[in-house]
Ligand binder design. Structure first.
Ligand code: SAM
Ligand code: SF4
Length: 346
């Protein structure tokens, strides 16, 4: 099909014994990214990787310092940092991104982690929020980060630290801040277009052959185990319905953020309101805080470009709260279900 860009993730890609054959099958002119827990950069694997120049980037997870070792059971942040340092020495031309999930518990450790990553010299640091899964719900007492004010205070602090430090690596805070974005990169969401960036040129394949739309929306819609990708895609009624969703069909008309937010994440809409086609309450809680706390930190030109996308006469989202559970339950109590968010919003 001419695919040249691959991200191998999991699960843990290095636990698949034939991982190198998989990389090889991507082609010598491909660009392969491996997303890994960072525990498998043994001498033997590094030797195999040196024969696979198409692996251009590694993404390694570290969720703080001591907290990392508790939450990512079996992982050691000191070993992970050492592996990243070694990767940089062995493969100076390949990129290393570190992925960190933010919890209430690891906040105090983040400045120290920042310093360690700066000293090692990584290419990009990605901070993200916890997605809700069965496992995270089961461990809710230790995996907690639902206080939006605290979260945005923290994001602003990290952004300021990074800016005052001449931006030693790229900083990406999912859905909140991308340090490399220039004013030219801001463009309005097409209201008649699809809300998801994964709609364009991505195909996610689970290890068992199931196709899913994106890693967060892990709803298998077809399988390529016994049919071609083309047949699987063309034959999926679910995919056809999903592709018919547009930004304006999500039900946020009148919202001041619609041209930036595009109605939010379909997986979050499903999680919190049980429906894929409607408004995303997490985005409703995040967008006003991005405007209040993050926008003032952008350079003049980027800030103006961002502000130009906000409808200053538009309404603030009807769904609001200090944490997601509170936002969802107060919206439901008001009579909203996620299905009638349009009326609530407008
Ligand atoms: C699913 S893992 C797969 C690759 C590899 N096994 C690893 O540990 O990085 C890819 C990334 O997703 C992150 N991740 C896993 N579950 C998550 C969740 N519930 N919320 C947010 N991020 C999550 C991990 O921390 C990791 O950075
Ligand atoms: S109503 Fe909420 S989900 Fe819709 S565009 Fe506004 S902030 Fe985004």
């Amino acid at each position: 099909m001419g695919v040249k860009n691959f991200i191998l993730t999991g699960g843990e890609p290095f636990l698949y014994r034939r991982w190198s054959e998989l990389v090889d099958a991507c082609g010598s002119d491909a660009r392969v990214v491996i997303s890994t827990n960072g525990k498998h950069f043994s001498e033997a694997n590094l030797a195999v990787l040196s024969e696979l120049p198409q692996v251009k980037e590694f993404r390694t997870s570290i969720d703080g310092l001591a907290t990392n070792d508790i939450i990512r059971e079996g992982s050691s942040y000191t070993e992970s940092l050492e592996s990243i340092r070694r990767l940089g020495l062995v493969f100076p031309d390949r990129k290393v991104m570190v992925q960190t999930v933010i919890y209430q518990q690891n906040l105090p450790e983040i400045p120290l982690l920042y310093q360690a990553l700066k000293d090692i010299g990584i290419y990009c640091w990605r901070l993200s929020q916890l997605w809700k899964t069965i496992r995270t719900e089961r461990n809710r007492n230790i995996l907690d980060f639902s206080d939006y004010e605290k979260m945005f205070g923290f994001f602003a602090e990290v952004i300021r630290m990074h800016q005052c430090d001449s931006k030693p690596f790229l900083l990406r805070i999912d859905n909140v801040y991308y340090s490399w974005i220039e004013k030219e990169d801001y463009s309005p969401m097409d209201l008649c277009g699809h809300p998801c960036s994964y709609n364009f040129n991505f195909l996610c394949v689970n290890a068992n052959g199931d196709l899913i739309f994106c890693p967060a929306l892990n709803v298998p819609f077809a399988s390529i185990k016994n049919q071609s990708v083309k047949d699987a895609i063309e034959g999926s009624a679910w995919l056809k319905d999903f592709k018919d969703i547009t930004v304006q069909s999500v039900g946020c008309h009148g919202c001041r953020y619609i041209k930036i937010c595009g109605g939010g994440c379909r997986a979050d809409a499903l999680r919190w309101f049980g429906t894929i086609t409607k408004i995303d309450p997490n985005s409703c809680c995040m967008m006003p805080r991005i405007e209040a706390k993050i926008l003032p930190l952008l350079g003049d030109e980027e800030r103006k470009a961002f502000e130009a996308l906000i409808d200053q006469n538009g309404l603030f989202p009807a769904i609001a709260g200090s944490n997601i559970e509170q936002a969802v339950s107060s919206f439901n109590k008001k009579g909203g279900s996620g299905d009638d968010a349009q009326e609530q919003t407008a």
